[in-house]
Design a binder for this molecule. Structure first.
Ligand code: GCW
Length: 685
């Protein structure tokens, strides 16, 4: 089978003979739906393929019960009950949850929905692929209903912030004809519980001259939806707020204009004729030059509700309305200006004004996918609105897949964060995104993935752990990130303990190392801000309107975000959290420069000065990754040469680029501060 990565973690490699000997494989697969578009039908086929790969046993798939006493039965509660009789004493199932039972002679996989049944089949296959034949009986339910992926694909086939080749969806202004890669992508998405996909770039107005919503493209989108439907992945679209003006021949896109309302009602109806299970829309409005309701003196809620009302008659479609609204022409000479304040400033007062099928999609941090940020305080300020967190699998600011950076430890700093809203436990993953804390039923997750036509999907084989982990954490934000990467490595590279351990260790060291050699103490990823967001360029942070400032000068550095003397950002958190960040003494070192403007000689809790920490951390981070190629080389022969060589190449590159980062940043701040490195390294090579 292919070693090129197309199957990702779904390779179903044959088990070593001694392990396979323990397999208890039932005699037949019964998948209780014979419609080829049903996820249950898909589950039957996937079980057949997986079991053949893993054990060499070729099972038949039937859509009705057979005389065979030992079977793998997959279906929904109703279909299993009517085929096999009463199913008693099942644990509670919710959403796309499933029940997996491998006790006795066969296996039962029962979904709360058809999609859930498919997820259960993937879970069973994952066990088998890891050589786990134990008897289990449990229910698994998703933490939240929204578990979406976003692609920033443009209709011309390019991908904004995509690092693995052009789009698998679009080319030359239209949907591609061969959608093989789309169904393969949907298979990977489904295998980790992702149920929705926005296929085009949020910067939809960039392509105003290429109409997404003409009849040819609506038919093309219908074909994409058809390709994904058997995997339970629903299609959603990013909309250009100005489409009525740009493509509809209207004089305005004002959300209160009756012709505009009719335009969206008609387009939505047309979309539903082509895509009956359309998942909804994603809207980036009044941000980074995208049009929006503010352009027409209407509120952001008016804009979101325009689409919500167009969707409403057709079913359960959602408007994912992005909270990433800010002014990118801020002037740095005003000490109190702060881009980090924007989301709460724009959205807090609208809480309660959004229709019930609107979801506010909030980037994890207040700025923009930086190597470290505190959580967006908006999560603590929307108590009467649906919310979803936005993460990035595509490594825009995090090495663009040329660097190994395993992201879950970063995501966990947000998901595990207790915002203590109104003094009560308000952990973002466990309490807020589940909807429990504020009694919401439509919360969840979105992540920008940006796969491309490259056969590795993301450009770096090891980056796929981030894709995998995203789905796992959206399903259960309490899952342990170490366990996730071990499981992924096992499925992707085989059962050799040395392979799994080496990949796990390197992955867990990778984000702290990247933070060390890029930007530490909460100063952000010190990359090129106005261009590609790649490589060191600390000078580009300041002196422009983007607001990713460091305010570094000859003696001091950092953003003063205190209430008493700064931008007031810390005051957007609930009192207990705000108080902690208000003072240097209670601000953790890793966010010191996010919240405070201090001298380079400021002492950290570690006892070091800020500047010496910069020097040391940059050396430490670069040193960690110097060990990666050698550790990877020790796996030669334990995995296939193709993937071995491709990963080796990227790791080797990373070692060099980490040194470039280290020296560029250290030199920059040594020049600026004139404070020497007490180890005598900086400026001395
Ligand atoms: O920071 C910016 C990215 C843009 C992106 C934007 C967003 C799609 O650099 O490329 O636009 O964030 O999230 O909307």
């Amino acid at each position: 089978f292919a070693e090129n990565g197309i199957d990702g973690w779904l390779r179903y490699a044959s088990l070593p003979r001694d392990v396979a000997a323990g397999a208890r494989i039932p005699g037949v697969i019964i998948a209780l739906n014979d419609s080829v578009v049903s996820p249950i039908f898909t589950a039957g086929r996937e079980l057949q393929k997986g079991i053949a790969g893993i054990t060499g046993v070729q099972l038949k798939v039937s859509s009705t019960t057979t005389g065979n006493t030992s079977s793998i039965t997959v279906g929904t509660l109703d279909s299993v009950a009517s085929a096999a009789g009463q199913v008693a004493n099942l644990p509670e199932l919710t959403g796309d949850g499933f029940y997996l039972d491998t006790t006795g002679s066969g296996a039962r996989i029962i979904g709360h929905t058809e999609r859930g049944a498919l997820y259960g089949a993937f879970e069973y296959l994952s066990m088998l692929a890891q050589g786990n034949f134990s008897e289990v009986s449990y229910a698994s339910n998703p933490s939240a209903p929204i578990r979406w992926a976003n692609q920033w694909d443009n209709l011309d086939g390019s991908i904004e912030r995509g690092y693995a080749g052009p789009s698998i969806f679009f080319k030359n202004g239209a949907v591609v004809s061969d959608l093989t890669r789309v169904s393969q992508y949907a298979r990977l998405l489904a295998s980790v519980g992702i149920n929705g996909l926005v296929v085009n770039n949020v910067n939809a107005a960039l392509a105003a001259n290429i109409p997404l919503l003409n009849s040819a493209n609506i038919a093309g989108l219908g074909r994409i939806a058809d390709a994904m439907r058997p995997w339970g992945v629903r299609l959603a679209l990013s909309l250009n707020f100005d489409a009525p003006r740009n493509n509809g021949g209207l004089a305005t896109s004002d959300p209160f204009d009756s012709a505009v309302i009719k335009f969206w009602d008609d387009k939505t109806a047309e979309l539903y004729r082509s895509i009956p299970d359309l998942a909804g829309f994603l809207v980036k409005a009044n941000s980074e030059d995208q049009p929006g309701p503010l352009t027409y003196n209407r509120t952001l809620a008016d804009g979101a509700n325009l689409f919500a009302k167009a969707l409403k008659p057709h079913g359960d479609g959602l408007v994912m309305f992005r909270a990433f609204v800010y002014d990118h022409h801020l002037t740095e000479d005003n000490w109190k200006n702060d881009r980090a304040n924007a989301a709460v400033d724009f959205f807090k007062h609208l809480d309660g004004q959004f229709d019930d099928n609107v979801v506010i999609q909030i980037k994890y941090g207040p700025i923009d996918f930086q190597v470290r940020e505190p959580p967006s305080p908006l999560f603590a300020n929307l108590l009467q609105s649906n919310v979803a967190i936005e993460l990035q699998v595509t490594q825009e600011y995090l090495g663009q897949q040329n660097h190994l950076v395993y992201l879950p430890p970063l995501w966990k700093t947000i998901l595990d964060y207790d915002l203590k809203v109104e003094g009560q436990s308000s952990v973002i993953g466990r309490d807020i995104l589940t909807g429990h804390r504020f009694n919401r039923s439509t919360n969840g997750y979105a992540s920008v993935i940006n796969v491309g036509t490259n056969t590795t999907w993301l450009g770096h084989h090891l980056a796929m752990s981030n894709f995998y982990a995203y789905g796992r954490l959206a399903w259960d934000p309490l899952r342990d990130e170490t366990q996730i990467v071990e499981e992924w490595a096992h499925l992707t590279f085989g059962s050799d303990r040395k392979v799994i351990d080496t990949i796990t260790d390197m992955s867990l060291e990778s984000w702290p190392a990247y933070e060390n050699y890029t930007g530490n103490l909460g100063i952000q990823t010190l990359t090129d801000i106005t261009g590609p967001h790649y490589g060191p360029n600390p000078a580009s942070q300041d002196g422009n309107g983007w607001g990713q400032w460091t305010r570094a000068d000859a003696t001091t550095i950092g953003m003063d975000r205190t209430v008493w003397n700064g931008t007031g950002f810390s005051g957007q958190y609930p009192p207990e959290i705000a108080a902690k960040y208000e003072k240097i003494e209670t601000t953790p070192d890793d966010l010191l420069l996010w919240f405070h403007h201090v001298p380079y000689t400021q002492r950290l809790k570690s006892g070091k000065t800020v500047i010496q920490h910069f020097y040391d951390a940059h050396y430490a981070g670069a040193e960690t990754v110097q060990s990666f190629p050698e550790r990877w080389a020790s796996l030669k022969g334990l995995i296939d040469d193709e993937r071995f060589n491709e990963v080796a190449f990227r790791l080797e590159y990373q070692t060099g680029h980490a040194i470039v980062w280290r020296d560029a940043i250290n030199e920059f701040y040594r020049n600026m501060s004139s404070i020497p490195d007490d180890q005598g390294r900086v400026g001395n090579h």
